[in-house]
Design a protein around this ligand. Structure first.
Ligand code: HEC
Ligand code: HEC
Ligand code: HEC
Ligand code: HEC
Length: 164
């Protein structure tokens, strides 16, 4: 094998390695994962069990665009394709748990309420599920028909409240 041939082979190898690493670049996301934001752990742990979330199914089977759930720092829907980076909800909705309520506590609404991570997440998931189930019932023309999208605590937090 002469020198030029070796160099040609080597450069071909370099080019194909670069192509492979391009394909592998970007953020990957599991098809399904448990939602259990790690910041809760440092603050004494979750109150409710992790929530299994079918990320891929929501996008592919239920035909929900990325921007229905992922938005920018102004709340504007993002146009994404698989592999793009996204920020986790906690990075902006950064107060842990639910908004405080009860005697002597100011009742928060809207944006202020959604500063709390659990309120923002619930708002996203449950608002869509309720709307979907409503349409589902209408189409089913059966008053007793139950929509398939979960809206009760136990259907999402499948193990319920965590005993401490
Ligand atoms: C559509 C699914 C869904 C429903 C219905 C739902 N949750 Fe959640 N909830 C979540 C997700 C997802 C999180 C975020 C968990 C995380 O990222 O750690 C969450 C977070 C929370 C948190 C903050 C984390 C923790 O465990 O301390 C609390 C408290 C909570 N939910 C309570 C409830 C209660 C009480 C109900 C019923 C009234 C309820 N949730 C209904 C999906 C749901
Ligand atoms: C039905 C809502 C929903 C849809 C639709 C959706 N996502 Fe997500 N995605 C989430 C939630 C919730 C998380 C978890 C965020 C967290 O942990 O705070 C997530 C996590 C991710 C992550 C991992 C982030 C990390 O650092 O852990 C990536 C990447 C991602 N999504 C990209 C996309 C792309 C690209 C699309 C469209 C092709 C999409 N998502 C569609 C709700 C959705
Ligand atoms: C880069 C910062 C940022 C990230 C990351 C982020 N949000 Fe938001 N979100 C905002 C801002 C800003 C608003 C507008 C203020 C408001 O309405 O709360 C908003 C609004 C919302 C709203 C109200 C939107 C409406 O149309 O009513 C929901 C629900 C929500 N976010 C849920 C989520 C969820 C779930 C995630 C993670 C998948 C997430 N956000 C990630 C900044 C962010
Ligand atoms: C924009 C709409 C939308 C949003 C946002 C959304 N979902 Fe759903 N989800 C659906 C629909 C539609 C179904 C039922 C589809 C069917 O069975 O035909 C569903 C079903 C589910 C189911 C039961 C079936 C399955 O695939 O596991 C779970 C659990 C669930 N969603 C969790 C979540 C959680 C957790 C979030 C928030 C992080 C979320 N969803 C956000 C539309 C949405």
């Amino acid at each position: 094998m002469n020198k030029t041939r070796i160099i040609t082979l080597l450069s071909a190898l370099v080019v194909s390695l670069a192509a492979v690493s391009l394909l592998w670049a970007g953020t990957t996301v599991e098809d399904t994962f448990d939602m259990k934001t790690k910041e809760y752990t440092e603050a004494g742990g979750h109150k409710y069990s992790p929530v299994p979330f079918t990320h891929k199914k929501h996008h592919e089977d239920y035909k929900i665009t990325c921007g229905e759930c992922h938005h920018d720092e102004n709340g504007k829907a993002l146009e994404l394709t698989m592999g793009d980076d996204v920020q986790r909800c906690i990075e902006c909705h950064d107060k842990l748990g639910k908004a405080p309520k009860g005697k002597g506590k100011k009742k928060l609404k809207g944006k202020e309420k959604r500063q709390y991570h659990a309120e923002a997440v619930h708002d996203n998931c449950i608002t869509c599920h309720k709307a979907f189930n409503k349409e589902f019932k209408k189409k089913a023309k059966d008053k007793k028909a139950k929509g398939p999208a979960p809206t009760s605590c136990k259907k999402c937090h499948t193990e319920g409240k965590i005993k401490k």
